[in-house]
Design a protein around this ligand. Structure first.
Ligand SMILES: *Cc1c(COP(=O)(O)O)cnc(C)c1O
Length: 392
């Protein structure tokens, strides 16, 4: 008999009923250091008092009223995002995949209204991840996500991540845009060279293409800057964000420059739930906190401490760990044995981490971790690795 919940996930047999800061408590009473953070979602940890207060205050006033009317919360969150970024306008949705759908549609409409409907193709990176809708699995281009879902949505070409020559060679008269993650997330925590991102900007400008960044995972402080592309000094035309934006409440957004948004007129796009007052009250509070002076400096500092500690542990187990890499609080540990085994062993020892491509174990802790959590993570990793027999 099929499970009552459609069995599309390989779930660990573990459930939680409470969270506080960087810790989760399972239904059987164990405490876990949560360096998975709901896959980079719980940016401020679990049940941050300010988020709880914002959500409960809004819950007593208004939950949902539809985008048939003005939603003041959207105007406030959009203004915060615009003031802190390259964007001039923002569309709100409920998830990362929807944010990326809006990015794709915005790029196609831009060329359509510019008199070039033939320019609809988007150049994407091999190993990318942009979500699980039909268009975003086509953009991701990964066989394991596309298998059995033919026909594949047309309009996405793939080139190796980080290879500018291959990307330039893939541009045709039908190309509309370039789409990349500044750090390949699901693909294995591979940061783009800042120079690669700068060259993408130049290339997009040279060929009249739009540059789209998927910052669904890297955005909202995870890299130590509000957006990871800030490390490169250039800006995209369109950007999708989601994960950290709601700190655990489902919300996504598509940020666009005025020029790139020229095709998105009334009736071209929409979402029933997108940007509802509950989501906006939480997102505004998340932005208030992340943009508070000193917050991102502290993320950058603690990220360096974590990186150093994890590298120190890894250096003691060279036969077990091949690589440590990442940007900010987005770390990838590449073991010389299956990442699934390391994740399961870490979990048994009280720490949660997430898998990624290229056999990587992803550490994406809440942005509010302090020295105590770093020390505990290093201790659990060290203890776990000493339990593993080196593969021969
Ligand atoms: C998680 C993720 C998505 C998809 O987000 P959903 O909310 O699961 O739809 C898209 N792009 C990137 C880079 C992601 O990490």
């Amino acid at each position: 008999m099929v499970a009552v919940v459609l069995p599309t996930y390989a779930r660990a047999d573990l459930a939680f009923d409470r969270g506080e800061g960087a810790y989760l408590y399972s239904t059987d009473g164990r405490r876990y250091l949560d360096f998975a953070a709901g896959v980079a979602v719980n940016a401020l940890g679990h049940c941050h008092p300010r988020l709880v207060a914002a959500l409960t205050a809004q819950a007593g006033k208004l939950w949902h009223c539809s985008n048939l009317y003005r939603v003041p919360g959207q105007e406030q969150v959009a203004t915060r995002l615009i003031e802190a970024s390259f964007a001039d306008t923002v569309f709100f949705c409920n998830s990362g995949a929807e944010a990326m759908e809006c990015c794709i549609k915005t790029a196609r409409r831009y060329h359509h209204v510019g008199g070039h409907p033939e320019r609809y193709r988007i150049i994407c990176a091999e190993g990318a991840f942009h979500g699980r809708t039909l268009a975003t699995i086509a953009a991701g281009g990964q066989k394991k996500h596309l298998d059995g879902f033919a026909p594949i949505v047309d309009g996405f070409d793939h080139v190796p991540f980080g290879n500018l020559n291959a990307l330039r060679a893939a541009i045709t008269a039908e190309t509309a845009a370039i789409l990349v993650e500044p750090v390949l997330g699901e693909g294995g925590i591979i940061p783009a060279e800042p120079d690669y991102l700068r060259r993408l900007r130049e290339t997009a400008d040279e060929f009249g293409l739009l540059l789209i960044f998927d910052e669904v995972q890297t955005g909202i402080g995870r890299s130590g800057k509000l957006f990871a592309h800030e490390w490169s000094g250039i800006t995209p035309d369109i950007m999708g964000i989601a994960k950290g934006l709601g700190g655990g409440f489902p919300v996504g957004a598509c940020l666009v420059t005025e020029q790139a948004a020229r095709g998105m007129t009334p009736g071209t796009h929409g979402s029933t739930f997108g940007g509802n007052p509950l989501a906006m009250s939480v997102a505004e509070t998340v932005l208030d906190m992340v943009l508070e002076p000193g917050f991102l400096t502290e993320v950058e500092r603690i990220a360096q401490v974590l990186r150093r500690e994890i590298e120190t542990v890894a250096a003691r187990f060279p036969t077990l760990i091949e690589d440590v890499r990442g940007l900010g609080l987005m770390l990838g540990i590449k073991p010389r044995f299956p990442n699934t085994e390391l994740i399961a062993r870490l979990r048994d020892n009280g720490m949660l981490a997430v898998g990624a491509g290229d056999n990587v174990v992803r550490l994406v802790p809440p942005l509010i971790i302090r020295e105590a959590e770093v020390a505990l993570a290093a201790d659990i990793l060290s203890r776990t690795l000493s339990e593993v027999v080196a593969p021969s």
